[in-house]
Design a protein around this ligand. Structure first.
Ligand code: UD1
Ligand code: CA
Length: 455
């Protein structure tokens, strides 16, 4: 029996006080709604229908790459009305599951339980028992404990307000049944809305079994209404990422001081010090050590690499046994082979550096192909930009570049060449030769340093 999923995402989100629609606010680096779509996909539904609101084109545009059916709910007349907008696209034979674009931490395992109950012919609701049920719909049960309805906070009597079992909003049902109930909804209630929750009483009245299920973790049903709740969910999400890394064999200096905004894969025995921020797709090999305060985005880092404190790495490949930093910046399109050393205050951009080469201090290497076993002295700069175009610097194997050298690209340095310190290299350097461009040192006798007059 196939599954249809409807995700409600038409709410205004006014309490965010934001130009950005609520469901586009990021959690772990991607929009709230993206998380919900991702979770829905894990249930392998035949269709995902996202109900978005008037002016929500921004939402559609941001997630245009997702293979979902966008359904406009022009006016927000209530959750029942919202679901109804998508019903024309839902086949009668399907089981239907309702999700929320602003409740991002729900787990597929929990939803699978709801779906299984609905496949058995029930209307199934995800509930929770809270110490403070304020604001939620309350679950109404008869003397036998059977669910007979849901009453919204604003419609509830004193007695009903004391009920601590609440409606999470998540619900699954046979699509044909739900369609019938939605057609009978009215809005004669405190909020003048078409309440999805009214279908529970309809099912119960028809003798259709109403089941409830609960989530394993309380946070699964938490929604985002303002930025305080967003921050709470962000920390829960990050804790989950940290636990996954630890279970996969990484040691974290402090699981509370790690942020994953994407996907991180780690080999065994990695060590990640405090304040690491990972973005995009990051792959760490075995025994990689990441020092404190590093930002690493879309990078592949080989076995036994050490990244020391305060490094920024973006779109790079770092070969095994390499050492980076402290205070190094690896910019996009950089490929370091094995055992490359990049030291403090070194910036590397769009460059390939072969095995065992070292750029240890205060350098800029951009648009460069560097051979193996090269030693780049402190303060060496590739002058890759002429104000209009970028040019390539090619450095052979086993080159020794003296400190404070400028390599004015395009330029080539042959294998085994040595460049004297302080040189400005504007022409190709032949292999195996010593080349230097340096004004001769002068000694002047009889010269006196100026002295300040004293009275
Ligand atoms: C709803 C439930 C309540 C439950 C609570 C859990 C109803 C009537 N009530 O209440 O029992 O305890 O969620 O958080 O369903 N939405 C639309 N279009 C609309 C109205 C809402 O897309 O016309 C979306 C919102 O964006 C939101 C979700 O539906 O994601 C829930 O709407 P909201 O107004 O927050 O419902 P609650 O009053 O919190
Ligand atoms: Ca809500």
């Amino acid at each position: 029996m196939s599954l249809s999923v409807i995700i409600l995402a038409a709410g205004q989100g006014t309490r965010m006080r934001s130009a950005l629609p609520k469901v586009l606010h990021p959690l772990g680096g991607s929009p709230l709604l993206q998380h919900v779509i991702h979770t829905a996909k894990q249930l392998q539904p035949s269709g995902i229908h996202v109900v978005y609101g008037h002016g929500g084109e921004q939402v559609r545009d941001a997630l245009a790459h997702e293979n979902v059916n966008w359904v406009l709910q022009d006016q927000q007349l209530g959750t029942g009305h919202a679901v109804d907008q998508a019903m024309p696209s839902v086949p009668d034979d399907d089981t239907l599951l309702i999700l929320y674009g602003d409740v991002p931490l729900i787990r597929p395992e929990t939803l699978a339980r709801l779906v299984a109950q609905a496949r058995g012919g029930s209307l199934s609701v995800l509930t929770a028992t809270l110490d403070n049920p304020f604001g939620y719909g309350r679950m109404i049960r008869d003397s036998n404990g059977k669910l007979t309805g849901i009453v919204e906070q604003k419609d509830a009597s004193e007695e009903q307000l004391a009920i601590r079992e609440i409606n999470s909003g998540f619900l699954a049902a046979p699509a044909a049944s739900l369609r019938g109930w939605l057609n009978q909804l009215d809005n004669s209630n405190a909020q003048g809305e078409y309440y999805l929750t009214d279908v529970i009483a309809m099912a119960a009245a028809q003798g259709i079994p109403v089941d409830s299920a609960s989530a394993d973790d309380e946070y699964e049903i938490l929604g985002v209404n303002d930025r305080v709740q967003l921050a709470t969910l962000e920390r829960i999400y990050q804790r989950r990422q940290a636990e996954q890394l630890m279970r996969n064999g990484a040691t974290l200096a402090d699981p509370a001081r790690l942020d994953v905004r994407g996907e991180v894969t780690t080999g065994n025995d990695c060590y990640i010090d405090i304040n690491a921020v990972f973005e995009g797709t990051v792959t760490l090999g075995e025994r990689v050590r990441i020092g404190p305060n590093c930002c690493i985005k879309n990078a592949t880092i080989g076995d036994d690499v050490q990244v020391f404190a305060n490094c920024v790495i973006e779109d790079g490949v770092i070969g095994k046994l390499s050492r980076i930093g402290p205070f190094a910046r690896i910019r996009p399109e950089t490929e370091l082979a094995e055992q490359v050393h990049v030291g403090n205050f070194v910036e590397i951009k769009k460059s390939r550096i072969a095995t065992g080469s070292k750029v240890n201090h205060l350098s800029y290497i951009g648009d460069t192909h560097m051979g193996a076993g090269v030693n780049v002295g402190a303060g060496t700069i590739t002058c890759n930009y002429d104000g209009a175009y970028k040019h390539l610097t090619e450095i052979g194997d086993n080159v020794f570049i003296g400190s404070d050298t400028q390599l004015v690209a395009p330029v080539r340095v042959g294998d085994g060449a040595t460049i004297g310190a302080g040189s400005t290299i504007t022409r190709d350097v032949p292999p195996e030769k010593l080349v230097l461009s340096r004004s001769p040192q002068q000694t002047r006798s009889g010269w006196k340093r100026p002295v300040k007059k004293t009275d």
